[in-house]
Design a protein around this ligand. Structure first.
Ligand code: ADE
Length: 226
């Protein structure tokens, strides 16, 4: 999968993809991340990419010209399945959205900054608007990193244990059950006996019950009308 990201601060995106699972996904050739600096399409030699907003008010707005030139330059070489704008007023990101995006081959993500991008770009180029939650970040880069990480780990072959993404929280509208590792007794705190007995059916039933109880207490909204 190829993910292109346009940003005014692409350095912010270096570290999130340089370690751990995302690093492995890139090394295996399963995930290709291409960052682009919007200033490469600045409208003048001062590197201008934003301007004051019409109607007045604090905060700069990313202009149409540099961003459209950037998008169209990339479109010459790539056919994007989605052009996504990261914004706090977008659709709230969740596991289902991550699952759907992980099936795409080529995605372009635009990171906003300051007051955001000119509405006309949203109207004419953007196919999806994504928020990672009801709070405002200083730019879309960290949000884009969250989205790319959530997608990247779902790509076949990225996780070592192929089944582990399936048992993540949210995959069945259930939160994940508690997990334990050695020792079985730590300071007198015992691992639940059922996990030590080696009966896979009993373990599966116990995990389901735990998931269900946890979801009922912490996130009853996920259970809907059950
Ligand atoms: N840019 C700023 N805040 C954001 C958020 N919550 N989600 C996505 N992009 C953003």
């Amino acid at each position: 999968m190829h993910i292109h990201i346009i940003s005014v601060a692409p350095e912010l995106l270096d570290s999130p993809f340089a370690h751990s699972i995302m690093k492995r996904a890139k090394e295996k050739g399963l995930l290709h991340i291409h960052t682009h600096n919007l200033r490469d399409w600045a409208i003048n030699k001062h590197g201008q990419i934003d301007d004051y907003q019409y109607g007045g008010g604090a905060g700069m707005v990313i202009m149409c010209e540099p961003l459209v030139n950037a998008i169209e330059a990339l479109q010459k070489d790539h056919q994007f399945d989605e052009i996504i704008y990261m914004t706090p007023d977008g659709d709230t990101f969740n596991q289902q959205a991550a699952n759907q995006l992980s099936l795409k081959g080529n995605i372009l993500i635009i990171c906003g900054h300051y007051k955001g991008i000119d509405q006309r770009i949203r109207d004419h180029y953007i196919t999806k608007e994504i928020s990672i939650g009801d709070y405002v970040l200083s730019g879309g880069e960290l949000a884009a990193a969250v989205v790319v990480d959530a997608i990247g780990r779902l790509l076949p072959g990225v996780l070592n244990d192929e089944t582990s993404a399936l048992t993540d929280s949210f995959q069945d509208n259930l939160l994940a059950p508690p997990v334990y590792t050695r020792p079985a007794d730590f300071k007198g705190w015992q691992v639940p006996e059922i996990l030590l007995q080696g009966d896979p059916k009993k373990v599966a039933d116990w995990r389901f019950e735990q998931s269900f109880e946890r979801t009922k207490t912490r996130r009853p909204d996920l259970l809907g009308d059950i």
